[in-house]
Write a protein that binds this ligand. Structure first.
Ligand SMILES: [Zn+2]
Length: 303
């Protein structure tokens, strides 16, 4: 082989290597762009649209926040319907601890934010096999979903929810409205199903709640909570003390430091407390007045 041919061969080999490298770079570049766009489509876009939705939601929520009353509602009826649908879809499913601004709402509008509805399929789905056990003997039609506002420990207005018996639904709306007007602090108010209907967990989280198909702790008979006829308020600060096999038991366990009721501390329910006065006025009895056990968080009505 002549050295010229060798040189030519060498040159063409180098050219091929360069071309291959170029093609490789091109493929890598294109793949990179494809991956980038897939990533963008998968992650960025929904994020952006979620943010947009959020803004839209907030705007609509502001418009619809006085609930079905629709203060400051957009003019057209199509907009109105859209806003209400959006509000219902977005906010009624949300955990009921959402902070709301009621700055521009009138007293009448605020009162209408305390209302009851029948147990919808969505709500029932949240409850089924949790607070509404498979063997529950209380008909679903006997229960009501309550939606209220409450004044949080953070001094903000929150949306609260509760499932109660239809016989006390009106009382509960009225009591919680009065509590809210007087800025009575309630820390949390979501369905006990958020805690898989485990009462201890709900109490330890200081969650105010009612319906839970369960026996009285330490016994086999059904609690008034099973019928939605009892309400527990700020349970951590107002524990339940009872005796099992001669042993004193405090529920929630973390509430033990609030057992000494002669002490004064925040969120304590006693006979001077507004919550106590309102429930008694509406015909409830207080667990703190019981003789054998003391259930300071508990108000109930007979069926
Ligand atoms: Zn109770």
């Amino acid at each position: 082989m002549s050295y010229k041919r060798l040189l030519n061969e060498n040159r063409s080999r180098k050219r091929k290597v360069r071309e291959r490298a170029g093609r490789g770079l091109l493929v890598a570049g294109v793949s990179f762009l494809v991956i980038l766009s897939v990533f963008y489509l998968k992650n960025e876009l929904p994020e952006k649209s979620a943010a947009k939705e959020e803004v839209k939601g907030k705007r609509l929520f502001c418009a619809a926040q006085a609930d079905e009353q629709m203060v400051q509602m957009p003019a057209s009826s199509a907009n109105l319907k859209k806003a209400v649908d959006y509000y219902k879809k977005r906010y009624q499913k949300k955990k009921a601890t959402t902070v709301v601004s009621v700055k521009n709402a009138s007293k009448k509008q605020i009162r209408r934010m305390f209302y009851q509805t029948k147990i919808s399929d969505d709500i029932f789905q949240r409850m089924y096999k949790k607070s509404y056990k498979k063997n529950c003997t209380v008909p679903r039609s006997d229960l009501r979903y309550i939606r209220v506002l409450y004044y949080g420990f953070d001094k903000k207005t929150h949306i609260g929810e509760m499932v109660v018996n239809r016989r006390i639904a009106k009382d509960i709306c009225s009591i919680f409205y009065k509590l809210y007007c007087k800025k009575y602090p309630v820390e949390k108010m979501v369905l006990v199903d958020e805690y898989n209907a485990v009462d201890e967990d709900s109490m330890a989280d200081n969650n105010t709640s009612s319906f839970n198909y369960r026996p009285v702790s330490g016994t086999t008979h059904l609690s008034k909570h099973s019928y939605g006829m009892a309400v527990d308020i700020n349970p951590l600060y107002n524990p339940y003390i009872h005796t099992i096999n001669g042993k004193k038991v405090c529920e929630p366990v973390m509430g033990r430091k609030y057992l000494d009721r002669s002490k004064s501390f925040a969120y304590k329910i006693d006979k001077k407390d507004l919550c106590y006065k309102l429930f008694i006025k509406h015909g409830f009895t207080w667990g703190g007045s019981w003789k054998s056990v003391k259930d300071y968080q508990h108000f109930e009505k007979g069926i």
